[in-house]
Write a protein that binds this ligand. Structure first.
Ligand code: ADP
Length: 255
């Protein structure tokens, strides 16, 4: 199996001069569930978005399954992005359309123009969308408008949409930050199932260490754009916790 991700010397300086990433090196193996933690502003979102070039890296090298992401032209990048699913904190769904239509839209990157205008005419695709919805326990809501669903259900629709890409890697940017703890746990459980059952590699930023400990096979902590911890969730002791979050961290909030 090709190595999902190899990042060397990654820097990102935004146009306003902010150094969001200051030399990140990261090797991710197939099937890992890597959780990114760190204070707000530490560079987690920038790192995730550099991987599929939603944010353009300033310097460094990113290999996805051996392919150079930064050197890819538009066709090459499209091809890479098909294999990388992305989950956002705010779900990024089309709220006035049905759950099924949203899930089908996950396949648009693969279809020609004709099919992409009416994907519901393709029975195989519709069947696959129902299977994806079943994977996140939402088959019964296929015909509902997204806007009528709870936040947790909407994030599960987003996961089902991503599954339609048959992704090799899922990038999840604070996927449960806007959900209550019980709902957050249920969404994380679905991501964990996909990682375990389908072998999809996951790179996921999380605010709460408790969730990182529960779902991550590996934790990477960022501070001021650099990696300050890379290891097993169980190895984050009090000293490391303070190194990551600082002495003033609101422990009950994060732990
Ligand atoms: P995190 O996801 O850990 O909260 P971010 O990657 O969002 O961190 O941000 C890292 C740093 O980059 C912060 O200082 C943030 O203000 C800055 N930043 C993020 N996006 C932009 C942008 N589009 N333009 C300028 N600065 C940005």
């Amino acid at each position: 199996m090709p190595q999902p991700l190899s990042i060397t010397g990654l820097h990102k300086t935004y146009a306003n001069g902010t150094n969001a990433l200051r030399g990140v090196d990261l090797e991710v193996s197939p099937g890992e569930f890597v959780v990114l933690v760190g204070l707000s502003g530490s560079g987690k979102s920038t790192l995730l978005r550099c991987v599929n070039r939603l944010v353009e890296p300033s310097e460094g090298r990113i290999l996805f399954e051996g392919e150079d992401v930064c050197a890819a032209g538009s066709a090459g990048l499209r091809n890479i992005r098909r294999r990388i699913g992305m989950i956002f904190q705010q779900f990024n769904l089309l709220r006035n359309l049905s759950v099924l239509t949203n899930v089908l839209s996950g396949r648009l990157g693969y279809l020609g123009l004709g099919a992409s205008l009416a994907p519901w005419r393709n029975q195989d695709l519709v069947e696959e969308a129902h299977v994806s919805l079943s994977r996140v326990g939402l088959k019964h809501l296929a015909d509902q408008k997204v806007r009528n669903l709870s936040g947790g259900q909407q994030q599960r629709v987003a996961i089902a949409r991503t599954l339609m890409q048959r992704p090799h890697l899922i990038l999840a940017d604070e996927p449960v930050a806007s959900l209550d703890p019980a709902t957050a746990d249920s969404v994380m459980r679905h991501l964990g199932d996909l990682n375990r059952d389908e072998g999809i590699t996951v790179l996921c930023s999380l605010h709460f260490l408790s969730l990182a400990r529960k779902y991550g096979s590996r934790v990477i902590a960022l501070k001021d754009g650099r990696i300050v911890f890379d290891g097993l969730p169980a190895d984050i002791d009090d000293t490391r916790f303070r190194a990551i979050y600082g002495d003033d961290a609101e422990e009950v909030e994060i732990r």
